[in-house]
Write a protein that binds this ligand. Structure first.
Ligand code: GLU
Length: 479
């Protein structure tokens, strides 16, 4: 097994290719690596694999860094940029050449094309046949372009003791001599990954199992260099709720969509991602501290996990209720303001903060939180939704008028006195409390659902509350 077992410090890394945003699978890989490093007191490194110059973009790099920061996944030291290390990668290829572990291949594109066509015709797997493996470079035409290939072992088999997949064996005959340096001298991705992991001192490679096949080739290169072998943990990919490969429809979105469009809290997303493919007994709600204490590679499941929005939403509701009011109000404000079309005043921001204990128990996400608080800031006469308007007809208006009179007479505008006054109205009218509360709620909030009506009255205050009731009782004056 890898030289890193035993007592040497653990180094993990997250190595995203910045060809798109930080998607949810990548975020989970980052989280697992981060947790494992924090759990073991090791180091977590970040490497941006930007060698694909056409598809790598600056906005994608920023989205990855932003996404990690939002999730609270901090990396140790500076991020390493792979492309900047191309010279070092080439140096290793030359070292392998010098040591006879790699060779120059002068096969032309047409030649390789013909080789593959023949393999295809014979029903053979398409593999480089090693035609330059034992030839002398002097046999090539003067100045002919060449690639550098690894002289990989042909006999025997390689077994990886994967921490998630178990022992996985591949026959060496199935792996051809991969290209390390292209004919323009640039390193291939496979070379870059191995050199970087080595130079960064990575001891544990935890990544998606779509990279398991690469691991065998990478190991051949590691062995050719005589470098320490990392511990591998290839994590099964995330599938959609229907078991199909994760697509946008299933939640394969950038992390920023979870933050911005879905209004989720990072701790909920992290808790969800942790449980998506890792478990510790029956625990579902796992704080960050607890996750660091518990996280291990043995707890990673071997079968693909299914993405479940409902579960994520429920977890988010839990974390919303746990979050302190000041932070929630700060998160709600930039969502309330665009809905209102104006900024909140200092006094309104304070009202938003005071409303949090009543609004947050009903909100699963920040969108619902902002929406739930909106009625507080509407200007009179407030707009009614259709259902609320339908509650303000006939006898309900008489009850509303009675409630208005009783409330106007309340001396101290606090929830207990307000409740007593409204209860008296219900009793005097011979109806249940709900019959009075319903039109009150409609008139005060424009909706049929809201926090408790006495809390609503207390939050809005005397003048605003009585004003909103008057608007409904004397609609002509209000229009
Ligand atoms: N850059 C690769 C990716 O984004 C990861 C490579 C690795 O983890 O070894 O899929």
């Amino acid at each position: 097994m890898g030289a890193s077992t035993g007592t040497s410090p653990i180094v993990t890394r997250f190595a995203p290719s910045p060809t798109g945003f930080l998607h949810i699978g990548g975020a989970r890989t980052a989280l697992f690596n981060w947790l494992y490093a924090r759990h073991t007191g090791g180091t977590f490194l970040l490497r941006i694999e930007d060698t694909d110059r056409v598809r790598s973009t600056q906005p994608a790099i920023e989205a990855i860094l932003d996404g990690l920061k939002w999730l609270g996944i901090d990396w140790d030291g500076e991020a390493v940029f792979q492309f900047a290390r191309a010279e070092r990668h080439a140096e290793v290829a030359h070292e392998l050449l010098a040591r006879g572990h790699a060779y120059k291949c002068f096969a032309t594109a047409e030649e390789l094309e013909a080789m593959r066509a023949e393999q295809k015709a014979k029903g053979l797997p398409l593999r480089y046949d090693g035609r330059w493996r034992d030839r002398d470079p002097s046999e090539a035409p003067e100045g002919a372009p060449f690639v550098v290939r690894l002289k990989a072992p042909r006999e025997g088999a390689v077994t990886i003791e994967d921490q998630v997949q178990g022992a996985v064996t591949v026959q060496n005959a199935e792996l051809d001599d991969m290209v390390l340096l292209r004919s323009d001298g640039t390193p291939t991705y496979m070379l870059a990954v191995v050199v970087d992991d080595h130079d960064m001192g990575v001891t544990h490679v935890i990544r998606g199992d779509d990279h398991l096949n690469n691991a065998f080739r990478q190991l051949a290169l590691i062995r050719a260099m005589g470098w320490p072998e990392p511990v591998y943990a290839h994590v099964p990919l995330i599938h959609g709720a229907d078991g199909a490969k994760l697509s946008k429809r299933h939640g394969a979105l950038g992390v920023e969509a979870y933050r911005d469009e879905m209004g989720l809290l990072p701790e909920a997303v992290c808790n969800y991602l942790l449980r998506l493919g890792w478990g510790h007994g029956d625990a579902e709600i796992i704080s960050r501290e607890q996750a660091i204490e518990w996280f291990d590679l043995a707890g990673i499941g071997r079968s693909p996990s299914r993405f479940d929005f409902k579960k994520l939403e429920n977890l988010n509701g839990h974390y919303m209720r746990e979050t302190d009011d000041a932070r929630l109000a700060e998160l709600a404000r930039p969502r309330v303001e665009p809905l209102l079309g104006r900024d909140l005043s200092v006094g309104e921001s304070d009202l938003l903060l005071r409303s949090m204990p009543f609004i947050k128990p009903r909100a699963k996400d920040l969108l619902e939180l902002a929406d739930g608080a909106l009625f507080l800031f509407r200007t009179r006469p407030i707009i009614m939704d259709e259902k609320a308007a339908s509650l303000l007809e006939g006898h309900a208006l008489d009850l509303l008028a009675a409630a208005h009179r009783a409330l106007a007479a309340v001396g101290s505008w606090d929830a207990a006195s307000l409740e007593a006054a409204v209860r008296d109205v219900a009793d005097a009218s011979g109806v249940g409390l709900g019959k009075v509360a319903q039109p009150l709620r409609a008139a005060l909030t424009g909706r049929t659902t809201s926090p408790g009506i006495f809390d609503v009255l207390a939050l809005l205050g005397r003048e605003e509350s009585l004003g909103r009731l008057t608007d409904r009782l004397q609609p002509a004056a209000a229009e």
